[in-house]
Design a protein around this ligand. Structure first.
Ligand code: MN
Length: 736
């Protein structure tokens, strides 16, 4: 295990300004926090975060990253809280540890398959700070190095995940060395035989070719030196995994890959890079199509170098990478080599700089692509991410991840968490701020649902706001239950009153005993059927007290208004009303398309109001009748197209007038019902031109009203208001 002073020494070597006290505090704190926890290997658990910190010193990372590495498992695995880390080590370090904690939770849930999904989550979490990802990569590297202690059945999954996600990420961040080691460890864990065969072969070839390699190196160095360039030339070793994957991908034999010699040429300046290239190209034949200038056009991850392949001194193909020391550092350590992760920089500078860094840009863009569902890049293809582009991932305040379809709202989120949470949801906070429930959620949003105790009924209108089937089904279920309960409540009122009227006592217990006589299963069922008008309250009374006389046929005792003959529909109304225009000042009809010499009337059974789509029907010798397009009467004229006249409303001219419309109201037979209905209409400035009442049963009345209204909106306002009353069970417009 790395000793406390060793760790500090390592950091001080590359960062003379390191905050030693901070490192020491973190070391002691993490060691105490993990206490006597152990790893699968039997080592003290603390050895793991310590090794992770050690790996990061090789990348020369800043103090905050080293401290975050020491603390990276404390929040998840010990009693430590985020607040405590904030308090002891400051908020910036707290944020890093928090990001790592979120990522760690993903490791635990990522059973199989969902790997690409995890990558997305990973990107989300790191999008705030690249250092979180660097610590995570070091964490994974140490876990891969100690993979042999993990139970065999888990090994393959971890190695696959490393190969699919972490190694390419390391590559994309320019951390080639990290990538190579992750690939090698994964390859060995997944295909031990192939790994051994290829490694042995490479060792064998290297031994056999030692002379050739030495000769090429010497020739190269001499040529460059003769031209005044001091170069450090390194033979590049092939990695078993890259050989293997090339063999797989390009279906080529091992021998075809092994006769290429690769060297890295490190020179002092950019100018020398190009001069060295010129010397090489004039000295040896160039293999066409292999030259790449990544100095003038760096790769996305900031990689810079010249690449070329020549036919070398012994007629072998020789691959060359020509670059400066600085470029080489960047190629090996990637974003970690960036000066902003070194000493000196303040948190603000770091944040500002981080956003300029090209590698950081790449991450940002990847996150955007992933979030926006744009055309998949090579990287996304590789990780099968496109499968998840139609999804959005959000966190609960406790860090649980909720996956939903794109466009999901906090209401969906609430239902994903739990049906009860959805039903009792009344508001939400997104990333700590109060937000509307209709907000569209974005990747990485932390969503807190505000609930009202005792609320179990979501507004029915939510059904059209949600995206998930789960939420929609739950809202429908709750709405249906509520409607049932409403009818049952109404039914109970009616039943209890019917018992009163009959002079009989009512109790649920009594009704329960009589259920078989009504052929129903429960009191609730009886009540809601009465409420819906499907069963008569008197039948319920007689089921309990068979001696009570029948109160039928329906309508016999009903109050009657003139013209109402106890019929259910189409009660005859006063002749005045429908069909008449209520123009206060006798002005012309606000209808475009009529000839002025024709008499005009409105559909006799229902009328028409501005806002309706209308047609005129011409009756020779009489005039034109204007019908709303939904009127069933129009079917009569279908085979006489010559009688149809194209008319429409002149809405502006119509404003001050009134037009006829008929509605039918079904309400509970109760004193005051009629007064309530007429009251609502009057309050909303509707005129009542005619009224007819019919008894549907002893419990319900049907009232047909001819109204004078300004337009369709006015009519709908009245209908909506009537529907709110609890003595009214339905309101509909009549189209004659
Ligand atoms: Mn760890």
């Amino acid at each position: 295990m790395i000793r406390q002073y060793e760790l500090v020494d390592r950091v001080r070597k590359y960062n003379p300004h390191t905050d030693e006290a901070l490192l020491n505090r973190a070391y002691v704190y993490a060691m105490k926090a993990h206490g006597d926890q152990t790893r699968a290997s039997g080592d003290p658990y603390f050895s793991h975060p310590l090794e992770v910190a050690g790996i990061l010193t090789e990348f020369r990372l800043d103090d905050a990253s080293i401290v975050a590495a020491l603390l990276h498992d404390t929040i998840e695995d010990t009693d430590t809280t985020r607040d405590e880390v904030d308090r002891l080590f400051g908020k910036p370090i707290g944020a890093l540890v928090d990001g790592l904690t979120k990522l760690k939770k993903l490791d635990l849930v990522s059973k199989q398959a969902a790997q690409a999904e995890n990558l997305r989550k990973l990107l989300l979490a790191i999008s705030e700070d690249v250092r979180v990802l660097m610590v995570k990569l070091a964490d994974r590297l140490h876990n891969m190095r100690t993979l042999k202690y993990v139970p065999a059945e888990k090994r393959a999954r971890i190695a696959e995940e490393t190969l699919d996600i972490y190694a390419p990420l390391a590559g994309r961040m320019g951390m080639q060395e990290m990538r190579d080691e992750l690939e090698d460890l994964s390859f060995r864990a997944l295909f031990p035989d192939a790994h051994k065969t290829i490694s042995d072969r490479l060792v064998h070839l290297k031994a056999r070719n030692t002379d050739i390699i030495a000769k090429i190196e010497k020739d190269l160095a001499r040529k460059l030196f003769e031209n005044g360039i001091q170069a450090d030339i390194q033979g590049r070793e092939k990695k078993p995994y890259s050989v293997w994957s090339k063999m797989e991908r390009k279906a080529v034999a091992f021998e075809q890959l092994s006769d290429i010699f690769a060297f890295r040429v490190i020179v002092g300046s950019v100018e020398e890079c190009y001069r060295a290239l010129g010397i090489v190209h004039t000295q040896w034949p160039v293999v066409p199509g292999r030259f790449k200038d990544y100095i003038s056009t760096p790769k996305q991850n900031d990689y810079r170098s010249l690449h070329t392949t020549v036919i070398g001194p012994g007629h072998q193909r020789v691959e060359l990478q020509i670059r400066t020391e600085e470029m080489d550092q960047l190629a090996e350590y990637g974003i970690a080599a960036h000066p902003l992760y070194k000493d000196g920089a303040t948190e603000e500078e770091r944040t500002a700089l981080a956003k300029d860094s090209r590698a950081y840009e790449w991450l940002r863009r990847t996150i955007e692509v992933v979030s926006e569902g744009d055309s998949p890049e090579e990287f996304l293809e590789h990780t099968k991410l496109q499968l998840f582009q139609d999804q959005v991932f959000c966190f609960t305040p406790k860090g649980r991840l909720i996956a939903m379809p794109r466009g999901a709202t906090p209401i969906d989120f609430a239902y994903e968490v739990h049906t009860n949470v959805g039903n009792s949801c009344v508001g939400c906070k997104i990333n700590g701020r109060t937000a509307p429930l209709v907000s569209e959620l974005k990747n990485g949003d932390e969503v807190e649902i505000i609930r009202a105790e005792g609320q179990t009924q979501p507004p029915a209108a939510w059904e059209s706001l949600v995206r998930t089937g789960k939420a929609r089904a739950a809202i429908r279920r709750a709405t249906r239950a509520a409607v049932r309960a409403q009818y049952a409540g109404l039914g109970r009122q009616i039943v209890e009153r019917a018992f009163q009227r009959a002079g009989k006592e009512y109790a649920d217990e009594l009704l329960k005993k009589s259920l078989p006589r009504l052929a129903r299963q429960s009191v609730e069922e009886v009540m809601s059927e009465v409420g819906r008008g499907e069963m008569l309250a008197n039948d319920v009374v007689r089921a309990v007290y068979p001696e009570v006389k029948a109160d039928r046929p329906a309508g016999k005792k009903a109050r009657k208004l003139p013209g109402a003959q106890g019929v259910k529909h189409g009660a005859t109304l006063r002749e005045v009303g429908a069909g008449e225009i209520h123009s206060a000042n006798g002005s012309a009809l606000p209808i475009v398309g009529l000839r002025s010499d024709l008499a005009v009337r409105f559909a006799p059974n229902g009328g028409a109001v501005p806002g309706d789509r209308i047609v005129g029907i011409l009756t020779p010798g009489e005039g034109v009748t204007v019908y709303p397009i939904q009127s069933p009467e129009l079917a009569t004229y279908e085979d006489q197209p010559e009688r149809w006249i194209d008319v429409r409303w002149d809405m502006e001219a119509a404003e001050v007038l009134r037009f006829p419309a008929r509605i039918r109201v079904t309400c509970v037979n109760e004193p005051g019902s009629l007064a309530l209905i007429t009251g609502v209409i009057a309050q909303h400035d509707g005129n009542i031109d005619g009224i007819a009442m019919a008894a549907l049963s002893t419990d319900f009345h049907e009232i047909t009203l001819d109204l004078g209204v300004h337009d369709l909106k006015h009519l709908n306002d009245i209908i909506r208001e009537l529907k709110r009353s609890n003595v009214i069970s339905s309101v509909e417009r009549v189209n004659g």
